[in-house]
Each structure stands twice: as structure tokens, then as C-alpha cells.
Design a binder for this molecule. Structure first.
Ligand SMILES: [Zn+2]
Length: 439
């Protein structure tokens, strides 16, 4: 596929070395100025942008648990300002939104979340989780892979475009969002439905090891209670043990899991009982109520209503008195904005033949010199809202090994962050042109 020429004065166009791919330079006649901040390449690695590395280290040194992203958001906004983003603002829930380009055309949104999970057991770490130590090409710290590396890369990737004053046929939005870890998609819902930003395409910078992701299973949480009648445990025949009802139910649920539907790409839906507790006050009382938590992973074609009905059918078959409902979240952002909703995060999958997959794969290949694999994420992302609910074509591309996320000694390759930044610059230009041609 050929990309149309950019209508830009030659003098305004200077390309960083990593943008010097065949397709882009020839078709767009782009040239980029040498970047004095870049360090020379070594051992086949791209030259590293010192400002991007410094920024990533600042991000990792700033703890940002979900709901406590204020300090990291300040770093993000300051970096966007320093890189020359013409518009930077913080929305009601605390997302930092940087924009560049021409309003009125197609909108491409790059997404990264600013929050991280807790460090867990500090003794499991051999590095300071907030030290941002660098050893060779590897940077260590909580959030380095999930996903401050991706966050730094999208900001500096778009920063390359901003610095060159590239004339885009639309607009690129960099959205650094809050509270993805506990309630993925929630901050993106606020951005789309309440802030009124409606992108034509979303790229999630969650780790893919620089491959291209096109979907994931969804999830939901169910809260189930079984009811009985309490009495003295010395004469159990006088009561009805809610725990025994729960036991029959758990066996039925295990069998239900075995028969859940499978999607050829996303795999099988799953169900697991993850918590169980009785509410009896003492150990010599027959419990009259037992509460269970069900973790349900939804494959394509499974809905929350269907998943709930399946559990209700098991309760009926087993003759258990009880009630089941979908869990609900209530959360408060660092800006004091409160949100609430059901714990339902739908599965999503962009068809392999969607033009966005081909366009993105070509742009990534031009930037990295190798064709990316098209993969499915094993974890959940903001795509549950953007594609799963809003139907906005969504793909994933980011630096970092997904297996490093949420682990002790979490780490990321700095050259992968640089490669990702270079690839984002290319992706933005290529995909906005592709979208502009289509509209
Ligand atoms: Zn993440």
C-alpha cells in the first residue's frame, strides 16, 4: 500500500534515524534533524533518547497506586508540555490528555494507564521497587513493564511528531488514564461518554513484547449467597446448613466450568469459586448463610446475563436456596471523582482482516524491521470498554514482556521502549492517513 505525500515544506521535515524506514521516507519525503539528546546505538540497538529514559525513571520513582495517581499525572502533564504538545489538560477523573494535529479529521488515541499494582511482598524484591535502577539495557521497578514503559514511549513517540511539526490529516490524542488495574475501561468510559472524546481508533500501549494484540477474554465477578436455618450444632437435624448447600453448589459450578463455551481464538470461558465464608457468629452454630465469590472469564459470545443465568440454573438443579448477583465497584479518583458500576468487562476481538491490523503491522514492520506476530492478550485491558462496549476498533502494541507485569523485580528493556516510541511515531502517521483516506 502506498501512503499519500505529506503537504509540508521540506525544511520543516527532519526525521530521527529510527523513522528512516523505506515506505515512510520515500513516500513522504520526510527528513528529520539529528537529535542531540540521543545516545549512539550499540549492538544493534536503536539510539536511546536520554530524555525518554529520564522520564521513565521519574515515572517509576513515583508510586502511583490506583486512585493515587496525582504525582505521576503531574510528571506526565509536565513532560507533554516540555515536548511541545499544543494542548494538555487533566479531565474530571484525572486522566491526562495531550492532543496534537488537526481537529475535524480522524482521531487516533494512544492509551496508557498511570496506576500500578502494589509491590506485594517487599522481601520478594532484590531491587528497590521505586529505585528505577538501570543495569545495561534493563530498567527495574514497579510499573516498568505494566505500563510506565509504554506510557513513556507513547508520549515520546508522539513527541517526535510534535517536534517535527508533522502535518497530520487528523488528530492524535495521548490519554494517560487512571485506575485501570481495579476497574479497567472505567476511565476510558469517562473520557468517551462524559468528556466527549470519540476516537476512530485506539492503540493500547500495554506490554506485547512489541507484537500486535487484537483481543482478550473479558471477565465479571459474581456474588453468591446460600441460605439455611441456624440452630445449635449439637442437633444439626433441627436446622439447615447453608454451607452444605454451598458445597453442592460448588460441585455443580465445577462441572459448569468444564462445559463452558470456547471461542476458536480467545479460548474457553472459565469459572472459578475464589472465596467462601460463613456468617455464623460461633463455631458451634449451624450457619444460616454462606457467601461465595465467583471469578468468571468471558469468552467471545458470552454475556453477563448468560453467565448469571447459568449459575442460577445450577442453583435450581441442586435445589439450593440462595441468590446470585453481579458484583459492583465504587471508586474514588485522586481528583475526588466518584464512579460506580457493575463488575462486568466484556471480551473483545478485532477481526484479523480488519484494515487496522494490516496497517498497523506494516507500520510496525517498517519501524522495527520485522513483522509483528498477531497475538491475544492473556490479561484484561481498557479495550474492554473501547472495543468491548463502545465498539471502537482497538489494537495493542507496547514494549515489555507481559509475563513481567505484576511480578517482583518487574523490569523492561530500555531499547524496547525506544523501539516502541519510534514505532508509535510511525503508527500515528500511517494510521491517521489510512483513516483519512477512508473517511
Ligand atoms: Zn496494565
Amino acid at each position: 500500500m502506498r501512503f499519500p505525500l505529506l503537504a509540508l515544506p521540506r525544511s520543516a521535515l527532519i526525521a530521527p534515524p529510527a523513522l528512516l524506514g523505506e515506505t515512510l521516507t520515500r513516500s513522504s519525503a520526510m527528513t528529520f534533524s539529528a537529535d542531540s539528546a540521543r545516545q549512539p546505538a550499540s549492538a544493534g540497538r536503536p539510539p536511546r533518547d536520554a530524555a525518554c529514559v529520564d522520564f521513565l525513571r521519574r515515572l517509576v520513582r513515583t508510586p502511583s497506586l490506583s486512585g493515587q495517581e496525582a504525582a505521576v499525572a503531574r510528571h506526565v502533564a509536565a513532560e507533554m508540555h516540555d515536548l511541545g504538545f499544543p494542548s494538555v489538560r487533566v479531565d474530571r477523573i484525572g486522566n491526562v490528555i495531550g492532543r496534537y494535529g488537526r481537529p475535524g479529521g480522524p482521531i487516533l488515541l494512544l492509551n496508557a494507564h498511570m496506576d500500578t499494582v502494589d509491590i506485594g511482598d517487599p522481601n520478594a524484591w532484590t531491587r528497590d521497587p521505586f529505585g528505577a535502577e538501570v543495569e545495561g539495557d534493563i530498567l527495574f521497578g514497579r510499573g516498568s513493564a505494566d505500563m510506565k514503559g509504554g506510557l513513556a514511549a507513547i508520549i515520546h513517540g508522539v513527541g517526535q511528531i510534535v517536534r517535527q511539526g508533522v502535518d497530520l490529516p487528523g488528530e492524535v490524542i495521548v490519554a494517560a488514564v487512571v485506575q485501570e488495574e481495579p476497574t479497567e475501561g472505567m476511565a476510558m468510559r469517562v473520557l468517551v461518554e462524559e468528556e466527549g472524546i470519540r476516537p476512530d481508533c485506539v492503540i493500547l500501549a500495554e506490554p506485547t513484547d512489541l507484537h500486535l494484540a487484537r483481543g482478550q477474554r473479558g471477565r465479571m465477578e459474581m456474588h453468591l449467597s446460600t441460605f439455611g436455618r441456624s440452630c445449635h450444632a449439637s442437633a444439626p437435624e433441627r436446622g439447615e446448613n447453608a454451607l452444605y448447600g454451598a458445597a453442592r453448589l460448588i460441585f455443580g459450578l465445577e462441572m459448569l466450568n468444564a462445559g463452558l463455551m470456547t471461542d476458536p481464538v480467545l479460548g474457553k470461558g472459565t469459572l472459578a469459586v475464589t472465596q467462601l465464608r460463613t456468617l455464623s457468629g460461633s463455631r458451634n452454630v449451624i450457619p444460616d448463610r454462606c457467601d461465595l465469590i465467583i471469578d468468571r472469564r468471558l469468552t467471545l459470545g458470552e454475556t453477563a446475563t448468560r453467565a448469571l443465568a447459568e449459575v442460577e440454573a445450577v442453583m435450581q438443579r441442586e435445589g439450593v436456596r440462595g441468590a446470585v448477583q453481579i458484583g459492583a465497584y465504587r471508586s474514588l479518583s485522586y481528583t475526588g471523582y466518584e464512579t460506580a458500576g457493575p463488575e462486568v468487562y466484556p471480551a473483545w476481538l478485532l477481526p484479523e482482516e480488519h484494515p487496522l491490523i494490516g496497517g498497523a503491522a506494516r507500520a510496525i514492520e517498517a519501524a522495527l524491521g520485522r513483522r509483528p506476530n498477531v497475538i491475544i492478550w492473556p490479561f484484561s485491558t481498557d479495550g474492554v470498554y473501547t472495543m468491548g462496549v463502545a465498539g471502537i476498533p482497538t489494537i495493542g502494541f507496547g514494549p515489555g514482556d507481559p509475563a513481567r507485569a505484576h511480578t517482583a523485580d518487574e523490569s523492561i528493556s530500555l531499547s524496547a521502549v525506544q523501539r516502541a516510541a519510534d514505532a508509535y511515531a510511525r503508527l500515528v502517521i500511517a494510521l491517521l492517513r489510512q483513516l483519512a483516506r477512508r473517511s
